[in-house]
Design a protein. Structure first.
Lengths: 120, 468
């Protein structure tokens, strides 16, 4: 298990946001201009799981960025779907050099698939 | 009072000191700049508004979820020119302190709570029956392994085949009476050529063997992802939350989210009033005003999409996953639209300052004359003229903001009422407005028009928004 300091940024005209990194709810703070942000140290065994649920008036646009230092591990843009909800999940392998490879899935209004992750 | 147009112009002239820009609690306002829709406003901000001659600073602690959020803000407004904000020569005649408290997910379960509940039942399920690869997943696994293993196997197969060919050629050359050296040279040269001729067959063989290896590996893992490793309780919890976010039908609700906001304000203001009928010394008097207001607002976002259908889609996803099948293909569709409901009730100590007229008064404070010149000096001040009153107002505002899906939420229709239940200036003002919103930002208004029926007259309001 290794620890990583990760910065999460969610941008968008959203009414509610919920972000999990490796199953832990992230305490975000709002900057007053459609951006939520947080920096956390997360213990990761295997790939890092990122799960996001956002709510707003469909089709509000949103963008999720997870970075380690200056390296972007996850950069995903989408819009709020039918039902005024959008869900996104990805597993990202954090390499020693900070680079990443990911496998992701997103849902709009309760659609589509999810990604799977094995335990440690 | 700041008109919406003035407010919008003010927003457009914000200086570079801005830390954040949100010009109004809601851009979906009527001609008086009022609304019952309280969309989050704040964060750490500091703004200077040269048109309104004011400084506004504040802080909002908002995590974007079901936990209470709160904010503090303060505003100072100059009475003279804008420079007086900094020079201190003219004390600001209006100062406002505000406190906001709010909570999302009031009548509905929060997303966090819904996912927690779902994960609580899903995680043990995953531990008992670890998720197997779907047909698509199996195919992907085999293809991936084939791609990585086949070149290695091809190398091995090619070398083995070359050795076989060479041995055969050596044997034949020796049978034909060639010397060992000649036979070796002959076999070496010809073996490469023959192997090259068989390249396609050998590559196919390597692919087949790689595929067989991958399938054997899959069979040995019992259909589980051989790369995933065993699932422990922590891993199951992480996976369960990711699956619940995508599959739980309980996350699809007609009304979601809703939020409650409380707003308290204290205003200290100072005005100069002109009383033309008074004695000279009393004609201009200073009037202090201590105003307060307390407002509670309830807002809700409602989807016009078929909740039943969206829930079914999620159930189908869950069923497919439980049966180790590929997720069903869903046709992407547009939302049918949304509605924001808003109702707010407040009580405030108000005055009729907006009804008073602004007048410039000049006092001649010095005169002197020579044979050819007469010199005068004037002291000029701006005062308010009219009958000043203070009263308790009880504003009740309602809004129904409709975003038709066919316009992709670029257009919003607002049907509103503005009432005062207080004994003074009691009124009921119904109205409607239409707003153009920014693409991808349905609550950010680019421009709009509203029409209200106020005291027997139609009142037209224009709203213009600038977003940076």
């Amino acid at each position: 298990m290794s620890e990583h300091t990760l910065t999460s940024v969610i941008e968008g005209d959203l009414f509610a946001v919920l972000l999990y990194l490796e199953g832990q709810r992230i305490d975000l703070s709002y900057n007053g201009s459609d951006t939520y942000r947080s920096t956390n140290t997360i213990a990761v065994a295997g790939p890092l799981n990122v799960t996001f649920v956002g709510r707003g008036v469909s089709p509000a646009a949103w963008k999720l960025t997870i970075s380690k230092g200056t390296k972007k591990l996850v950069e995903h843009e989408d819009t709020i779907g039918p039902g005024n909800i959008s869900a996104f999940s990805t597993n990202v392998e954090i390499k020693e050099d900070g680079n990443a490879s990911s496998k992701s899935a997103s849902t709009k209004g309760g659609a589509k698939k999810s990604s799977k992750k094995g335990g440690s | 009072m700041i008109t919406p147009l003035k407010r919008a112009l003010a927003c457009s002239s914000l200086v570079a000191l801005l830390a954040a820009v949100t010009c109004a609690q809601s851009a979906l306002q009527d001609a008086s700049g009022e609304s019952s829709v309280f969309i989050k406003d704040g964060g750490g901000f500091a703004r200077i508004n040269p048109t309104d001659k004011s400084i506004d600073i504040g802080f909002l602690r908002d995590r974007g979820d079901e936990r209470w959020y709160f904010g503090l803000d303060a505003k100072g407004k100059a009475g003279g020119n804008f420079a007086s904000l900094f020079s201190g020569r003219t004390p600001a005649p209006e100062a406002r302190l505000g406190f906001t408290l709010g909570k999302r997910f009031v009548a509905v379960d929060s997303d966090f709570r819904t996912i927690q509940k779902c994960a609580k039942t899903t995680a043990p399920e995953l531990l008992a029956n670890p998720p197997k690869l779907t047909p698509e997943g199996r195919e992907q696994f085999v293809e991936k392994l084939k791609a990585s293993r086949a070149p290695e196997l091809l190398k091995e197969i090619t070398q083995t085949r070359r050795d076989e060919i060479k041995q055969e050629l050596l044997k034949r050359a020796k049978e034909d009476g060639a010397s060992a050296t000649v036979a070796e040279l002959y076999a070496e040269q010809l073996a490469d050529k023959r192997v090259a001729a068989e390249a396609e067959t050998l590559a196919k063989k390597a692919d087949e063997r790689a595929e067989e290896e991958a399938k054997n590996k899959l069979a040995a893992s019992g259909g589980l992802d051989p790369n995933a490793g065993p699932l422990d309780p922590a891993g199951a919890d992480v996976l369960a939350k990711a699956l619940c976010a995508a599959e739980d039908p309980n996350l699809i609700r007609r009304l979601d989210p809703d939020w409650l906001a409380f707003r308290f304000e204290y205003t200290r203001a100072s005005y100069k009033l002109l009383n033309t009928g008074g004695a000279f010394a009393d004609q201009i008097r200073k009037q202090n005003f201590d105003g307060f207001s307390a407002t509670v607002a309830y807002n809700a976002l409602i989807t016009l999409d078929s909740v039943k259908e969206l829930r079914k889609q999620r159930e189908a996803l869950r069923a497919a996953r439980r049966n180790n099948l590929d997720p069903p293909e869903l046709t992407p569709r547009e939302s049918k639209g949304s509605v924001i409901l808003g109702i707010s009730l407040g009580v405030k100590r108000a005055n009729n300052i907006d009804d008073l007229k602004s007048t410039d008064v000049e006092d001649q404070i010095f005169t002197s004359s020579s044979e050819t010149t007469q010199r005068s000096a004037f002291a000029k001040q701006t005062v308010l003229r009219g009958d000043y009153k203070e009263y308790i107002a009880v504003p009740l505002n309602t809004d129904v903001v409709w975003y038709p899906g066919r316009f992709r939420s670029r257009i919003a229709f607002d049907f509103f009422t503005r009432s005062n239940l207080g004994s003074t200036d009691r009124k009921f003002v119904p109205g409607a407005g239409v707003f153009l919103t920014k693409e991808g930002k349905p609550t950010k208004v680019v421009g709009g028009i509203s029409l209200a029926y106020d005291d027997g007259k139609a009142r037209l309001g224009l709203v213009s928004g600038f977003h940076f």
